[in-house]
Design a protein around this ligand. Structure first.
Ligand SMILES: Cc1cc2nc3c(=O)[nH]c(=O)nc-3n(C[C@H](O)[C@H](O)[C@H](O)COP(=O)(O)OP(=O)(O)OC[C@H]3O[C@@H](n4cnc5c(N)ncnc54)[C@H](O)[C@@H]3O)c2cc1C
Length: 357
């Protein structure tokens, strides 16, 4: 029997485990991931804001793996030799595979600036960020560097949890939510102003100190809790793996979600880039890739022809605003309200129920 290794308990692999519980693949399957509890990103700002507890926003992979007939190994890949079809784990063990599916997500992009590595808190792993936040709850000022969707949600969540704390959102771009529709940017700016959250744009950070974020123009932004949320970088352990990578170091895949260089390797979610139809690194697209990935892994294990998949071009963005209020955006339109938060809450809870069995 073929050995199929699922590497990483990310969003796409949840669907693979669900599909394998319905239909066993012609393979011996194992899942390698460092933690049996995998956080569901959509609910994490709600955890910071105090609407959910951490456990409520995590999926337990152990029962999912058991139902799928898949051995669960709690460990992490530290390198991969695609030529030898071998993974090295943090424990030192070497794992051989015939087929490999990678869904290990991205890592935060921490720049080489004084204090950034030691004093800024990267947005991932989310569990670690939450632990650090619990120890810093008395902070009088907080800042989030990076005004993308995650950064915007986190600063509003921090503000909701500590309304007296001075909160600042910092980005080097001229606008927050760079690349997203102007109408959405304006709406979110109005919400940040309503919450009296300071926004500093066109600002280049030159260093992070225990009580401030220093900007290149000499300004100093008070912050005792600085979160770094400036976008997704490729995991370092992929660098010399031998797989075809895109210019950012992410695994280059084709429409069947196979590696462009090694067809026995599949990849989905933030760790991969579909070269013909690249999409933003977001949970929505990792989730969308799950069912076609599962179907192609089953086909590949049987030796059947694989089916191409094209991800949709537009996705619904639901931004939590700290309090039980949210903003929805799709294409050029956006709207907001308490009812949008309840809508988002229903979607998120349905997702959790689906994978909590
Ligand atoms: C605070 C925050 C809020 C967000 N909100 C949203 C949102 O509302 N909507 C949205 O679409 N996106 C959101 N995102 C982005 C979203 O989190 C990611 O795009 C999404 O999680 C990517 O899914 P994934 O399956 O690629 O990987 P992940 O969900 O990151 O899962 C990766 C898995 O692989 C495991 N792993 C990591 N390294 C290794 C290794 N070396 N070996 C083995 N296993 C490994 C991890 O433990 C984890 O289980 C948010 C991100 C953050 C930080």
């Amino acid at each position: 029997m073929k050995r199929l290794v699922l590497l990483g308990g990310g969003h796409a692999h949840l669907f693979v485990l669900e599909a394998f519980a319905r239909e066993q693949p012609d393979a011996v399957v194992s899942l390698i991931t460092p933690d049996a509890l995998t956080p569901y990103s959509g609910m994490m700002p709600g955890v910071i804001a105090g609407h959910y507890d951490y456990r409520q926003a995590c999926i337990d992979l152990a029962p999912l793996a058991a139902r799928a007939g898949c051995a669960l190994r709690l460990d992490a890949a530290v390198s991969l030799d695609a030529g030898q079809r071998q993974i090295r784990l943090a424990s030192g063990e070497l794992i051989d595979y015939d087929m490999l599916s990678i869904d290990t997500g991205s890592t935060p992009r921490i720049p080489d600036l004084p204090g950034a590595d030691s004093r800024a808190h990267p947005v991932k792993p989310i569990g670690q960020l939450l632990e650090r936040w619990h120890t810093a709850r008395a902070a009088r000022a907080a800042a989030v560097v990076g005004a993308g969707a995650a950064g915007v949600e986190i600063i509003m969540a921090l503000h909701h949890r500590q309304p007296l704390m001075r909160c600042t959102l910092i980005d080097r771009a001229p606008h927050i939510l760079d690349g997203l529709p102007a109408g959405l940017q304006r709406r979110v700016m109005a919400e940040l102003a309503r919450q009296q959250i300071d926004v500093v744009t066109e600002a280049s950070v030159s260093g992070v100190e225990a009580d401030a974020v220093r900007l290149a123009d000499g300004r100093s932004i008070p912050s005792h809790f600085t979160v770094w949320a400036t976008g997704a970088a490729a995991p370092r352990w992929l660098r010399d793996c031998g797989l075809a990578l895109d210019p950012g170091g992410f695994i280059a895949t084709g429409p069947t979600l196979q590696s462009l260089s090694h067809p026995e390797v599949f990849a989905a979610g933030d760790v991969a880039t579909m070269i013909d139809s690249p999409r933003p690194k977001s949970g929505v697209f990792a989730v969308r890739a799950g069912p076609p990935l599962a179907a192609n892994l089953l086909r590949a294990a049987r030796g059947d022809t694989l089916q191409p998949w094209t991800p949709q071009t537009r996705a619904l963005l639901l931004l939590a605003c700290g309090r039980r209020h949210a903003i929805a955006s799709r294409g050029g339109w956006s709207l907001q309200g308490d009812w949008v938060w309840r809508w988002k809450d229903r979607i998120d809870r349905a997702f959790m129920r689906r994978f909590s069995g």
